[in-house]
Design a binder for this molecule. Structure first.
Ligand code: NAD
Length: 416
């Protein structure tokens, strides 16, 4: 990984810019540039063939001034300490920008889940919890699903935690199955939050969405729900989608539900009827109203941002746009809804899940949607107002809002 594309270098550059604009003192600035706690563990896991494999795992608490840390656990072959650091920083700004009383954290395991059996995944999940349980809990740090981790994996982790402590602690982890204390509305919460933000942005910037087009890069959890809800809630027409194996395109429109069904049955988008094959790069350059990057980081870069032709980028993935690409998109007048605002719906409903677990009282779906809409709408307008006041783009404004709140909490605690 070059320094230019190291996500943690990018995260620190973003903090540096905000610190300068906010006039933060040197100690506060330095505190916010680094995680407060990093733990690395090696996890021995018995494989189905009787051998033992060692997996490298991380858990990082970036900042907990505003509340217990919160953030997902990713299982990915290219996971590194620096990706987890960057993601834990973004979680800190994310919980802050939507103003929920939590800090930021993140975890990861270097592994390829596609090569693991169900039994191996369960043993890996339990092993992760055994390694990190002392640092996790409702008053410390609460994990959740992320790339290639699922509600079932959260259930195994919760069970391991409760088995170790001999107590019931559903709030130790969120994104659980509903039968084990998960919240209604969690599955599509990330995409739904992004859809609400896109709706508000479109109304502020005078962009008509009814009958307009969208393209989705990354047809996993976030991407599939973005396509479904983009149709349902905003009247957008899906014209292209892609996953790690490539994409498909039909300018006349693709039924999101049919595509979700096809991906479920075939494990790929390839061969979807009445659509042409398209590469991930070609998808990014399509003339659409809304582009949803919903895969991995650094996909919109200085070398390809010039080819984008959309009106709005709704960043459901974490860190999909590099800083040099941001400048190019600004010059082209493309509105970028920054990741830690646009994809904060997931953590917001995770927070609702923690609240419901704490009260042992569960909300109807409509209540979750109503509360999520309120949070996302308020968050977008707070960021938009800051951007108007400071004359910045929405990403810079979101950093200013979020970092100012975390800095204030650190100051009030007497840390700096
Ligand atoms: P997922 O594993 O369900 O889906 C990821 C999808 O991206 C898969 O379909 C995969 O095939 C595809 N993909 C991988 N590499 C690709 C590439 N090079 N080009 C195109 N597609 C590619 O993961 P997810 O939960 O949907 O998360 C996607 C992104 O959204 C990540 O950046 C994640 O951090 C972010 N995010 C997710 C949530 C959530 O609640 N799920 C919350 C916040 C942020």
């Amino acid at each position: 990984m070059t320094e230019q594309f190291n996500p943690f270098t990018i995260a620190q550059q973003q903090i540096d810019q905000a610190a300068e604009k906010l006039g933060l003192d040197a100690a506060t600035h330095e505190l916010l540039r680094w995680p407060m706690q990093e733990i690395k563990a090696t996890l021995p896991v018995r494989m189905d063939d009787g051998s033992t494999k060692i997996f490298h795992a991380f858990r990082i608490k970036y900042n907990s001034a505003r509340g217990p840390a919160k953030g997902g656990i990713r299982w990915h072959p290219l996971e590194t300490m620096d990706t987890v650091r960057a993601l834990s920083a973004w979680m800190t700004w994310k919980t802050s920008v939507v103003d929920i009383p939590l800090g930021g954290g993140k975890g990861g395991v270097v592994c390829n889940p596609k090569e693991l059996s169900t039994g191996e995944k369960e043993r890996l999940a339990r092993s992760y919890m055994r390694a990190f349980f002392k640092n996790l809990g409702v008053t410390k740090d609460v994990p959740a699903p992320d790339v290639y981790t699922t509600p079932q994996i959260m259930a195994w982790m919760m069970d391991e935690y409760e088995t170790i402590l001999g107590e019931n602690h559903p709030g130790v982890i969120t994104g659980k199955p509903i039968a084990l204390g998960g919240s209604r509305g969690r599955t599509d919460a990330t995409a739904r939050g992004g859809i609400y933000v896109a709706r508000e942005a479109a109304s502020v910037f005078g962009i008509g969405l009814e009958g307009a087009t969208m393209a989705v890069q990354g047809f996993g959890n976030a991407g599939q729900h973005a396509a479904l809800l983009g149709e349902e809630e905003l009247g957008l027409k899906l014209v292209a989608a892609s996953d790690s194996r490539g994409g498909i395109y039909n300018p006349k429109g693709i039924s999101a539900a049919a595509l979700v069904d096809y991906k479920l049955k075939n494990g790929t988008l390839k061969g979807f009827p009445e659509a042409d094959a398209i590469t991930n790069q070609e998808l990014l350059g399509l003339d659409v109203t809304v582009l949803f990057p919903a895969a991995l980081e650094n996909v919109i870069r200085g070398d390809n941002a010039g080819s984008l032709n959309c009106r709005m980028v709704c960043e459901l993935a974490n860190g999909p746009t590099t800083p040099d690409a941001d400048r190019i998109l600004d010059d082209k007048g493309i509105i970028v809804l920054p990741d830690f605002l646009a994809n904060a719906g997931g953590v917001t409903v995770s927070y609702f899940e923690q609240v419901q677990n704490a009260y042992n009282l569960y909300w109807e779906l409509q209540e979750v949607h109503w509360r999520l809409d309120k949070k996302m709408t308020q968050a977008f307008h707070g960021v938009h107002e800051m951007s108007q006041r400071q004359g910045t783009n929405l990403r810079e404004a979101a950093y200013l809002v979020a970092i100012a709140r975390v800095a204030e909490a650190c100051k009030l605690r007497g840390w700096v």
